[in-house]
Design a binder for this molecule. Structure first.
Ligand code: SAM
Length: 298
């Protein structure tokens, strides 16, 4: 193991423990080598090489991405929104400093600009160094990076109708920390304002049905108080505590059918995807009975 001490690593195992977010349970990954540990202006940042999941990015003690399973998250949070839209040209990513979502966004030839608003430059720099498979799109000519708080960016932006975004992806960390504002009604109002009339928003929900159904229901209620379409779906990621992560999908157009791939992936597009396909797009919205009742009160 590398020589950097971290409170988060004991006896050669990284442990993700949070009584608030994951009461009574946790996740452990065997560490081969600590590659980086520091406190940036915004958060505690740990990068380590794991025994079986490749390099791992951890922010404030919570796993953000591992090289082995990151595609399950990046592909679903990106392509569910992108393929549910007829012709996404302007895409905004809030957070996403590891670059994985940008990598997925620019797989769509119809995209003209992809803007990423990340609060913490250190995350981008570390991704370029230790997660090159994720950070490979930062140099693309369609990509613009703004180092800024995403909430403030949206609050300050006077976006003219022709500058509105077709897709906005909130690829943030969890609510305890710099991403707290992304889980509240005011944020959904800012998203609504920044979105084109047929635009789609997708956001990581920070929770899953096994952890906190009340939280998910409140989040969907907040989203539904702003957007006529507000749905919950999920992806499976073994290195997120209890193995899955929820996504909230919203549309401005009440007739939008976000459950379906409106545009079918071409054979060339599909050949670049390892997790997403048309069938899993629709299946991701199908919930177990008890969770469906609780989230949608039906
Ligand atoms: N896939 C991850 C997950 O949910 O576990 C999230 C990806 S991680 C790259 C999230 C990024 O959001 C971090 O780089 C963090 O710095 C950034 N972030 C957090 N709060 C932010 C804010 N207020 N504005 C912009 N970016 C923010």
């Amino acid at each position: 193991m590398g020589g950097i001490d971290s409170e988060l690593i004991k006896d050669g195992w990284f442990r993700e423990l949070s009584e608030k977010s994951f009461p009574g349970q946790g996740l452990a990954l065997k560490v081969k080598k600590v590659l980086h540990h520091s406190k940036s202006e915004f958060q505690d940042i740990l990068v380590f090489e794991s025994a079986t999941y490749g390099n791992v990015l951890v922010l404030d003690g919570i796993v953000q991405a591992t090289e082995r399973d990151e595609f399950a998250y990046q592909e679903m949070i990106t392509h569910i929104a992108m393929f549910a839209h007829n012709h996404p040209r302007r895409v905004l990513v809030i957070g996403g400093g590891d670059g994985g979502v940008l990598r997925e966004v620019i797989k769509h030839n119809c995209v003209e600009t992809a803007t990423l608003v990340e609060i913490d430059k250190t995350v981008i720099n570390l991704a370029l160094k230790y997660l090159p498979g994720m950070a490979c799109a930062f140099g693309d000519s369609k990509v613009q990076v703004k180092l800024q708080d995403g909430f403030e960016f949206l609050r300050a932006a006077a976006i003219s109708p022709d500058q509105k975004y077709d897709i906005i992806i909130t690829d943030s960390s969890d609510p305890e920390g710099p991403a707290e504002a992304f889980f509240q009604k005011e944020y959904f109002e800012l998203l609504h304002n920044a979105l084109s009339e047929d635009g789609i928003v997708i956001a990581q929900a920070s929770e899953n049905v096994w952890l906190n159904l009340d939280y998910i229901r409140n989040l969907i209620d907040s989203a539904a108080s702003v957007f006529p379409v507000a749905k919950y779906c999920y992806t499976t990621v073994p290195t997120y505590t209890s193995g899955q992560l929820g996504l909230v999908v919203c549309a401005k157009n009440p007739r939008a059918n976000v459950h379906r791939a409106i545009r079918k992936p071409t054979a060339e597009e599909q050949s670049q995807l390892r997790y997403y396909n048309e069938q899993i797009h629709s299946a991701a919205f199908v919930l177990p009975t008890w969770a469906h009742h609780k989230i949608y009160k039906e």
